[in-house]
Design a protein around this ligand. Structure first.
Ligand SMILES: NC(=O)c1ccc[n+]([C@@H]2O[C@H](COP(=O)([O-])OP(=O)(O)OC[C@H]3O[C@@H](n4cnc5c(N)ncnc54)[C@H](OP(=O)(O)O)[C@@H]3O)[C@@H](O)[C@H]2O)c1
Length: 214
């Protein structure tokens, strides 16, 4: 199950997963997005993560192998939605995963999460990295097979298939959304990669090898 299923990484992830034969359910908040999600091969389910209850989400999650938190308030949003989506919706999905007995949980976070904001950065950025940091802390405290994935600056360039993926600190850099999605696919199908915080930028190592080296 992918939460934030109409997001730019989420749509790429759904396409890659369904292409390899996985069944994907994508949670979206806007029913008008259902067609785009269906076009990836995933099943859309309308569920607004700022108003749903953990039991409602757990009901959707029951029987899933994994939950991926790919939602985000987005660049046009203010400080309040950084808290309700980037923190709150991740906490809600993790609560639901525990209730539904779904152990594998991949959270898309961001580099800089939980760090003090750099001097001169605005309130919205500060609220964003605070929310991401709190969502990470919440997940790490849970009895789940969690993975926190912190991509660098996201781009819409074509995927390269090559990355640097490691525990902090990897160093700032960019990464394509296509490569982020491919890394999540590889992590979901690997063993022994759970309970880690991983940073991700484009680099030299083929994705399968980068995940195998973990
Ligand atoms: N931009 C960067 O350089 C960067 C770097 C590192 C990490 N990240 C993080 O990476 C993640 C994914 O990035 P992306 O570019 O794929 O994001 P995106 O395209 O902005 O997608 C986020 C999705 O979350 C959905 N969403 C928002 N509120 C929701 C709610 N209440 N209930 C359900 N879904 C909701 C949005 O739905 P709507 O379409 O209906 O709004 C949207 O489809 C985000 O968390 C982002 O913060 C970004």
């Amino acid at each position: 199950m992918i939460a934030g299923g109409h997001g730019q990484i989420a749509l790429r992830l759904a396409r890659l997963l369904t292409a390899r034969g996985d069944d994907v359910v994508s949670l979206i908040r806007n029913p008008d997005h259902a067609g785009d999600v269906r076009a990836t091969g995933a099943e859309p389910v309308v569920c607004d993560l700022e108003s749903a209850t953990a039991d409602e989400v757990a009901g959707r999650l029951t029987g899933a192998d994994a939950a991926v938190f790919a939602a985000g308030a987005g660049p046009g949003s203010g400080t309040a939605r950084k808290d309700t989506v980037d923190r709150g919706a991740s906490v809600l999905l993790a609560d639901a995963a525990e209730r539904a007995g779904v152990r594998t949980f991949v959270q898309i976070s961001a580099m800089g999460a939980g760090e003090p904001p750099r001097e001169g950065s605005d309130d919205v950025w500060a609220a964003y990295i605070k929310a991401k940091g709190e969502a990470e802390d919440d997940l790490r405290a849970r009895d789940l097979d969690w993975i926190v994935l912190r991509p660098g600056l996201l781009t819409d360039d074509e995927g390269t298939g090559r990355v640097t993926l490691a525990e902090p600190v990897v160093g700032r850099g960019a990464v394509t959304r296509e490569d982020v999605a491919a890394v999540i696919v590889a992590l979901l199908h690997a063993s022994g990669v759970e309970r880690r915080t991983l940073e991700l930028v484009n680099g030299e190592t083929p994705i399968e090898a980068a995940v195998a080296s973990l």
